[in-house]
Write a protein that binds this ligand. Structure first.
Ligand code: ATP
Ligand code: MG
Length: 364
């Protein structure tokens, strides 16, 4: 098989710690399957600032544009809090997202059976949960013009503008429908077409793309406020949820809490297809650099390992191997292995980052 190129950016804090465990999984898959991963590693965030005075070197940016997938650990930390805005660690990640034009943010919320009791919700509501939120990431109210704080008469007014073009809705809708075809074939699109013009256009374009090109996918529409309620009341009714930037921000954090710990949650940000037909892609755990536990070897590496599993599925066409990695995670959790973040009030023995990584490779 041809080489699969992967750029690894461990970043700051617990980033390098969890990435070391992902490396073990990559090595295992590379060795046991007929695949040669072409892995390169580079700096991002505070680590890049320390070395180059910038949170993302141009060479790293160029490499990110070439590879099949980028896997990022985490950026930031208290050491960099006083840096000028233009060189803050987070700017490295933002530059990657912007220049790679990653408009589709995929946030799975998957509840592993062994952790169903640990979730913040009743077990029967979350056991077996497996949904993905597809959030539009580059437009909407966070970017629309006019924006700012202006003088109006004798007071100030704060303005943001919710703005979506047809082509922006078109491409995110297609991303959701394509994803649904790889899953159970069901999309629920959420907006507020009852009170927002952008919502009316969103619903119209989504329905049109569906009818024209994805009639095999089941499409429903829901007002986002009802969607939030349904997500907490009965999340298993959903498979793929398609939504805009603002609603997606809120709904995906809401969905995250259905499953338990930040240390379990992967994400993918996808852009337009490259020459090989696969999307430009960046994978990263949802959690940050966790300065409070960095350097102690006790971070949960599962979110980052599951992010690599997403890369296998969406960038390398290795869905079977992705499922294998997910099953290995399920197995070690079922065996009772827990990093500190997964121990409930009753406590128990916490495993170290490296022990968790080794156990997952063992389960593979
Ligand atoms: P950032 O600004 O980089 O997002 P943050 O402190 O806002 O950092 P996180 O870094 O995600 O957010 O951490 C939030 C909390 O969750 C912290 O208490 C952290 O220790 C915990 N946490 C995050 N990721 C993990 C992990 N992989 N394993 C264990 N605990 C984690
Ligand atoms: Mg944070």
């Amino acid at each position: 098989m041809s080489p699969h190129s992967l750029l690894i950016l461990p970043g700051d804090g617990i980033g390098p710690e969890v990435m070391a465990e992902v490396r073990k999984v990559i090595d295992w898959i590379g060795a046991k399957r007929d695949v040669s991963f072409d892995v390169s590693e580079d700096l991002v965030g505070g680590a890049a600032y320390d070395a180059h005075g910038t949170p993302l070197h141009d060479d790293t940016m160029a490499r990110a544009q070439e590879v099949d997938a980028v896997l990022l650990g985490a950026v930031g930390g208290p050491k960099y809090d006083d840096l000028d805005f233009s060189v803050k660690p987070e700017r490295g990640l933002l530059r990657l997202r912007k220049e790679m034009d990653l408009f589709a943010n995929l946030r799975p919320a998957q509840c592993f059976d062994a952790l169903a009791d640990f979730s913040s919700l009743k077990k029967d509501i979350v056991a077996g949960l497996d949904i993905v939120i597809v959030r539009e990431l580059t437009s909407g109210v966070y970017f629309g013009e006019p924006r700012g704080i202006f003088e109006e008469g004798n007071e100030r007014v704060g303005i943001n503008t919710q703005r979506y073009t047809e082509s922006e809705i078109d491409r995110i809708a297609r991303a959701a429908f394509e994803l649904a075809r790889k899953r159970s074939g069901k999309v629920c699109s959420m907006e507020k077409a009852n009170v927002m013009e952008s919502g009316i256009l969103w619903r119209e374009v989504t329905q049109h793309i569906h009818d024209a090109d994805y009639p095999d996918v089941e499409l429903s529409h829901m007002y986002a406020d009802n969607g939030a309620m349904q997500l907490v009341r009965a999340p298993k009714q959903f498979d793929v949820i398609l939504t805009d930037n603002l609603f997606g921000d809120i709904l995906s954090d809401c969905a995250a809490m259905l499953t338990g710990s930040l240390g379990m949650l992967p994400s993918a940000s996808l852009g337009a297809p490259m020459a090989n037909g696969r999307p430009r892609a960046l994978y990263e755990p949802v959690h940050g650099s966790a300065p409070d536990i960095a350097g102690q070897g006790k971070a949960n590496p599962i979110a980052c390992i599951l992010s690599f599993a997403m890369a296998l599925r969406y960038s390398f066409d290795m869905g079977g191997d992705a499922a294998r990695v997910e099953a290995a995670v399920e197995k070690v959790l079922a065996d009772g292995m827990r990093t500190g973040d997964l121990l409930g009030a009753e406590g128990g023995q916490a495993s170290l980052t490296s022990e968790m990584g080794d156990a997952i490779v063992g389960a593979l």
